[in-house]
Ligand binder design. Structure first.
Ligand code: ATP
Length: 521
């Protein structure tokens, strides 16, 4: 019997490759035969373009531009199944944990490609040429990267440099072509929130987006325009209403509502979407999202698709505190343990004493749980870290607290594909990567935050059926209003409470759209 060659032996030992080849090809082929005939003409033409590039093995960079409901996820699924049914490898990644859950075998791009958290224009991914992930990438036929516009262009550029680097030793051409001659497809919607640049100006934000990268000129833009969500599964009587609402949302996303503007426009919201002036309008907003919460909170699925959204964390915190205080049951308090990391910045006792435990405990940072976490059984919480993506536990997953132990918290998933699954969340050590803090510190805490309310940025990618948008202050960056309003599919599920600078209820608010991001589309 012949001996297997070295390549086959090393591939067989590579768990990452095994995992990507573990799909049942017969089942996939059956599913593919069904999916391919259901593609619309525009989906089919994009499918053919991408498959042709894969077959040619000469690389290719595509951007599939389509707003929510145009069938991007459906297209990713069909492409993945087509190639996987032939034994080829497709890597499905997304910019956020929530979006990655919608893809079969999906991971966040950062974890899959080991992209550094703090990026600059020279960053590369931490992938060694002889590592398992490098060998997986070598034999990958297609990379699909969903929700690309929300990530800084340096992330794509880091992957481009890394792939060129690791493939050049085999193939000299690899260094000439983007992503080392791999076929890569990005997807997303530039109407949504662009990369977050702390304290960044409009120009900083626009120039951080994928469309400002040197890679963009290599990208072939393919458009999906037909709203499949309206066509499939909607009752005929609702279609016109949903269509009008969807068109209004798109106009807001493109900055076409409220007359000509470049950047910020004042727009008037229709009366039926507004919480009216009253003695306590915040209470009315809460009642719209969580009607009779004290009677209904035990009902199954009550918290599943509801949230109050606001642009800033302080307002979110106020609403969460207010709802937590009226929620029945005993409070349990969890305090974090915060320590400063020994580094070049902290070399003597004087510096260490500057950052006292009280000072560290008082730091409230985005994406990091608070030092003082107060919970009750039954409250909805959001996970703040990717802890088990395969089982739907990623940054942004919403859960309901089942029991509050001293060392673990038992919770039930209430969003995504794994609704109803129970899990135990442990305390974990987090090291914030906020560039504004001139020192490094660690916080050991449960990676959870109460989420009756959440920031608009956190809601990107979540699908909700009832949303209360609380604009105590207006939105402050591109795409925020569009993201907040488009979390729901029908206008019945939406109400806004808008306050003016004197705290009075009003019907007008700002919409911020940096139109230059659409120029190159
Ligand atoms: N060709 C098709 N045939 C049948 N159903 C389709 C087709 N394309 C899309 N759909 C269905 O339309 C709905 C919306 O599609 P999909 O979720 O893929 O859109 P999307 O662009 O990814 O939206 P979002 O960005 O909001 O996630 C889904 O229920 C999907 O199964």
């Amino acid at each position: 019997m012949p001996y297997p060659d070295d390549d086959s032996i090393s591939s067989a030992k590579n768990l990452l490759i095994n995992e990507e080849l573990a799909y049942n090809r017969h089942d996939l082929l059956d599913e593919f035969k069904h999916l391919i005939i259901t593609l619309t003409d525009e989906q089919r033409s994009i499918f053919d373009d991408i498959i042709l590039a894969v077959r040619k093995k000469k690389g290719g960079v595509f951007f599939v531009y389509g707003y929510g409901g145009t069938g991007k996820t459906f297209l990713w699924k069909t492409l993945s199944i087509a190639l996987r049914s032939e034994g080829e490898i497709v890597l499905n990644v997304a910019s956020s944990g929530i979006a990655s859950l919608l893809l079969t075998g999906g991971r966040t791009a950062h974890s899959r490609f080991k992209i550094p958290i703090n990026l600059n224009e020279d960053s590369i991914c931490t992938i060694k040429p002889d590592s398992d992930i490098a060998n997986l990438l070598r034999i990958t036929s297609l990379i699909i990267w969903d929700e690309a516009p929300m990530v800084h262009k340096h992330a794509f550029e880091a992957l481009d440099r890394t792939l060129k680097d690791i493939f050049t030793c085999q193939d000299k051409m690899a260094s000439q072509l983007p992503f080392g001659e791999k076929v890569i497809v990005f997807g997303g919607d530039f109407r949504q929130i662009l990369p977050v640049v702390p304290n960044g100006s409009r120009q900083d934000i626009v120039s951080s987006s994928l469309s400002s990268s040197y890679l963009w000129t290599k990208c072939k833009v393919l458009k999906l325009t037909k709203n499949m969500r309206l066509t499939i599964g909607s009752e005929a009587s609702n279609i016109q209403e949903i269509k009008t609402f969807a068109e209004w949302l798109l106009d807001i996303g493109e900055g076409k509502v409220g007359g000509f503007s470049d950047g910020e426009a004042i727009i008037h919201m229709p009366d039926d979407l507004l919480i009216a002036d009253s003695l306590d309008p915040v209470s009315d907003l809460i009642d719209f999202v969580y009607p009779s919460i004290l009677e209904n909170f035990k009902k199954e699925g009550f918290f599943q698709e509801r949230a109050i959204l606001a642009p800033k964390n302080e307002v979110v915190q106020d609403i969460n505190d207010r709802l937590l205080s009226i929620f029945p049951g005993e409070e349990k308090e969890y305090l974090s343990s915060d320590t400063i990391c020994q580094s070049g910045y902290v070399h003597d006792n004087l510096h260490e004493s500057l950052y006292s435990p009280d000072f560290l405990n008082g730091l409230k940072l985005s994406g990091v749980p608070n030092h003082h976490l107060v919970l009750k059984v039954g409250v909805p919480v959001m996970l703040l870290r990717n802890i088990d993506q395969k089982n739907g536990l990623c940054n942004g997953t919403r859960l309901k607290v089942i029991s509050l132990g001293n060392r673990v918290i038992e919770a039930e998933i209430i969003s995504g594909n794994n609704i109803g699954n129970r899990t135990f969340i442990p305390r974990i050590t987090l090291t914030p990567s906020d560039k504004n803090i001139p020192f490094k510190f660690q916080r050991r805490q449960f990676p959870l935050a109460v989420c009756f309310a959440m920031t608009i940025n956190k809601s990107q990618g979540q699908s909700l059926s009832r949303v209360g948008l609380y604009l105590k202050e207006p939105v402050f960056t591109h795409g925020q209003l569009y993201v907040a309003l488009s979390r729901v599919k029908s206008r019945q599920g939406l109400k806004l409470l808008i306050l003016d600078k004197y705290g009075k209820v009003t019907n007008q608010t700002s919409n911020i759209v940096y139109k230059e991001v659409f120029n190159s589309l």
